[in-house]
Design a binder for this molecule. Structure first.
Ligand code: TRP
Length: 334
């Protein structure tokens, strides 16, 4: 073994509802594999979740459940750091400092802010606006080398890099400038009813559009059975066949098969049989995760132990950076 330090990867997910199959196949499933090659931080971004109105009891439960889910998919709290963002004070502290190094012009350009502001026009709060600053702090506190980001978070990583570069150009080399991590295989899963758009946990106007990780097996099978297809009967990939292509992608992702193998598996099949098989493959893939989730989520003392230890490890690293930053900006450090 070389003693070269392993690169640090920072990943986080908001506890804003049960993750969807899209969140799982597009992000969470890949997190598991990162553990072999990197030092990982896996955070529940519950402070970000406050940017929309939350029921406190539910938010607390979802935060805990997301930790249980992290464990259920195989994230390892011994070798890596699994923690809840609000347990580490440094996040709130650095966010203020970084906000003084972020221009309103930059924040005004964030497409997610514009998008969310138009969706929640009754609650366009300052937190929603400075959300990218909080996120930059998450990443920079841990001197992260890499951040896995989907298309929707790319702009936030860009602004993080800009803020870090600006701070460094004034005060010297304080922050590592993070790069995006592009997974080797990343499944982009679309809605079952609307395969033109990403399957997202917050897209809840049509209940059959989204499969949730914790849906009962018969619910998963039924939602997939009702997925939109198209008028011909062929099972193949094609831009003219977004529904079928999406189901093929889901099948590949849960079976680890290649697109060619998937198409081959369903040669001569009708849509009914095809959807039934895809449903079964998803159910089988999710079954052990669901069982493991049930065990973890009912073991409160273990979850408490994991989050407490995670917070300690994260705080130690975060405070090293935060203290440096405080010194640089001129806080008295007695
Ligand atoms: N904003 C991210 C999302 O909604 C979650 C997040 C918070 C995050 N802090 C982060 C992602 C830091 C990557 C790095 O998906």
């Amino acid at each position: 073994m070389s003693d070269e330090r392993r690169k640090i990867i920072y990943s986080a997910m908001q506890p804003s509802g049960v993750p969807s199959l899209g969140n799982y196949l597009g992000a969470l499933k890949n997190w598991k594999y990162l553990q072999d090659d990197y030092d990982c931080l896996f955070a529940v971004a519950n402070m970000h979740a406050l940017t929309v109105r939350q029921n406190p009891t539910e938010l607390r439960k979802r935060t805990r459940d997301l930790i249980a889910l992290f464990l259920a998919i195989g994230l390892d709290p011994e070798k890596h750091i699994i923690y809840v963002q609000s347990d580490v004070n440094a996040h709130a502290e650095i966010a203020w400092i970084l906000s003084c190094f972020t221009y309103m012009g930059e924040l005004n350009r964030m497409t997610q802010f514009k998008d969310k502001a138009s969706k929640h026009s009754d609650n366009i709060n300052a937190g929603l606006y400075t959300y990218p600053v909080l996120m930059a702090g998450d990443i920079l506190l841990y001197q992260s080398d890499l951040v896995p980001v989907g298309a929707d978070q790319k702009q936030h990583l860009e602004i993080c890099r800009d803020i870090a570069g600006r701070f460094n150009s004034i005060y010297g080399n304080v922050f590592k400038i993070p790069d995006p991590y592009i997974p080797k295989v990343g499944a982009r899963i679309m809605g079952l009813q609307n395969p033109e758009r990403k399957m997202s946990k917050s897209e809840s106007d049509n209940l059959n559009n989204v499969v949730y990780i914790l849906d009962e097996p018969n619910v998963i099978a039924n939602k997939i059975k009702r997925a939109v297809t198209d008028s011909d009967t062929e099972i193949r990939y094609g831009e003219d066949k977004p529904g079928i292509s999406n189901l093929l992608n889901i099948y590949c992702a849960v079976t680890d098969k290649t697109p060619d193998e998937a198409v081959n598996d369903f040669k001569g099949c009708g849509y009914g049989e095809f959807k039934k098989s895809v449903g079964e493959a998803v159910v089988e893939h999710m079954r052990p995760i669901q069982e493991s989730f049930k065990e973890y989520s009912s073991d409160k003392s273990y979850i408490d132990k994991v989050t407490k230890e995670g917070a300690q490890k994260a705080s130690y690293l975060a405070n090293k950076t935060l203290n440096k930053v405080k010194k640089k900006v001129g806080y008295p450090m007695n």
